[in-house]
Ligand binder design. Sequence first.
Ligand code: ZN
Length: 123
Amino acid sequence: MITTHSHEGKDYYLLNASAAAEAHPCCGVGKTLRGGECDRSGEIEFQGLLLCEPHAEQLQAQDRTDLLEGIVSSLSLCLSSIPLRKNKELSVMLRAQRAQATRELAHAREDLRRATGGKEEAL
Ligand SMILES: [Zn+2]
């Protein structure tokens, strides 16, 4: 069976042989929440899936960005609590942690931007 895959505006004709697919498993990006299709072979394991290198980098950066966004927003939520605001020492500590997480988030977003080549759907 011959299938047509469109990638970067070019059409590739691939022979769909299951034996070859087993020897070189395809990138599993389609099984992630991100979805999509990818014809490259899976080389790097990420969260139980085999992904091609660009997708693995992209999803790792995405994962880190999501995690840090969660940390920043929960710290902000803590800081908006009135009983906590009365505890000056804890407030100062949480503010410092939020500032650090915000800086790390900026780096993670930069890594993500690089991994996607400046575009959200570059791959
Ligand atoms: Zn891929």
